[in-house]
Each structure stands twice: as C-alpha cells, then as structure tokens.
Design a protein around this ligand. Structure first.
Ligand SMILES: *Cc1c(COP(=O)(O)O)cnc(C)c1O
Length: 242
C-alpha cells in the first residue's frame, strides 16, 4: 500500500480513538517519522497532506531536509532522538522543536547555540524553538528523565529562557516495546500524570503538548491524552538498516 493510503488509514484510526476517548476530532497531530527513509518518501507524505516530520539522528536530518524545505516550505521538522551536545549547533537551524530534552546540560547548550545563531544571522526554519521534556515511563526504555527533581530543575532553567525564544511546550515519552497493552497504557498514563503535575507547578508555562504513541501503540496513546503521535513504520513501511 502507498504512503497516502497508509496516512488515510492512520488518520481514521486516530479519529476513532479521539471519539472513543470523548476528545474533539483533530485534537491529535500526526507526525511522520522519516528516519531511514529517503527524501522521496518525505515528499510523497507531503503530497498526501502530512506536514510534520520527525528524525532521530542529526546527521541524517541535515542531509535530507534542507532540500525538502527548499521545495516544500510548509514542511516542519522535530528532532525526536537523543541529542549530543556537539550536534546542537547543526540541528538548530532545521527544527521547530526538540522533543528529546533529557538533561539540564543539553538545555544550556541549546540556549548558548540559539544565541549564537541569532547573532550570526544564519537563516533558520523557525524563530521560536519549542522544547519537549522526555520522561522515562517504561522499564525497557533507556532515555528520558527518571528523577522528578531533575525534571523540575530542568523546567525551571528552561522557563528562564523565554526571552531567548525558547518555549517549554510539553512532554514526550516512549512506551516499552511489548505486546502487553496494560504496560503500554500505564506508561502513557504516567506521562499524562507527570504533565498534569508539572502544569500545576509551572502555571506560567504552555506545557500542553503530550508526544506519545508510535506505529504499534498510537491508538492507546490517543485514548490516554496524546496530542501528537510519532508514526514511522505504519506510514513508510519497515526501515532498512543498511
Ligand atoms: C523511530 C521512532 C518512532 C517511530 O517508530 P515506528 O514504530 O516506526 O512508528 C517514534 N518515536 C521515536 C522517538 C522514534 O525513534
């Protein structure tokens, strides 16, 4: 099946899950995760109406997206994979959001490089940079904040960067890779609960985004309050790791 058909099926499933959960239709955004797929596949998804993309490796994103932006300015890219400090500088001009913020030192580097970029006059895709805080919610996943106090310190620091055009926009998680739907659901529920707690603690921050749900679990994620699902395989097919 083609990319367009896959997107249509996924959108239908998202709408059905929104309905089941008593949520308004259209409250969940669909991100197409294009890692390990060529630019042509991204363009096909754009032609099918998807505008939001996710990549998890800086190198690959930098190789692929400048040309895509040139021909399709409506495309928007988020980084969703773990980010090394020395790669921050490269990725900033391309993304509107970093979804994988998992430590305070990373935010410090992002702030520093964002300042430098503003001074340099290099063209960027978006002036504002949104940050999602990745939270560890499942046994198998290795990434994300595990300690609540560390998460709070990171939010406090990031909140102070508002005038630099850095916005604390919400939270992200990966559920454990398992067929046990109860485990998956409890992982998503943990993220919803953490988000609710942080919204009370930081009422001044626009922490509305909940990025959770992938190809095999996005319907559960929507039922548990996801506002953004990150779908790769179900749109583009299996990834070929060369
Ligand atoms: C690869 C990836 C996805 C998409 O996974 P699929 O199972 O192919 O839908 C989503 N989120 C993150 C962080 C990823 O690395």
């Amino acid at each position: 099946m083609g990319i367009k058909e896959n997107c249509d099926i996924i959108l239908e499933k998202i709408h059905a899950a929104e309905k089941r959960a008593g949520r308004a239709e259209g409250s969940v955004k669909l991100m197409a995760v294009s890692k390990f797929h060529p630019a042509e596949a991204v363009v096909e998804a754009l032609e099918a109406g998807v505008t939001l993309f996710g990549e998890n490796r800086v190198q690959e994103a930098c190789g692929k997206f400048p040309d895509i932006f040139a021909s399709h300015p409506e495309a928007e890219l988020h980084l969703i994979g773990s980010l090394q400090r020395n790669k921050v500088k490269q990725i900033l001009p391309l993304v509107s959001c970093i979804q994988s913020v998992d430590r305070l030192e990373l935010i410090q580097e992002i702030a520093k490089q964002k300042d430098k970029l503003a001074e340099s006059g290099i063209a960027v895709k978006e002036d504002k940079l949104r940050l999602l805080f990745e939270v560890h919610t499942g046994e198998e996943s290795k990434s994300g904040f595990t300690d609540k106090d560390e998460l709070i310190r990171a939010l406090e620091f990031a909140a102070s960067l508002k005038d630099k055009g850095i916005e604390c926009a919400g939270f992200m998680t990966m559920a454990p890779f398992t067929d046990d739907t109860a485990l998956i659901r409890s992982s998503f529920r943990k993220l919803s609960e953490t988000a609710a707690e942080m919204r009370v603690r930081f009422p001044e921050l626009p922490l509305a985004e909940l990025s959770m749900g992938m190809s095999h679990d996005f319907e559960i994620a929507v039922e548990e309050g996801s506002t953004l699902v990150r779908v790769g395989t179900a749109i583009f097919g299996e990834r070929v790791y060369a």
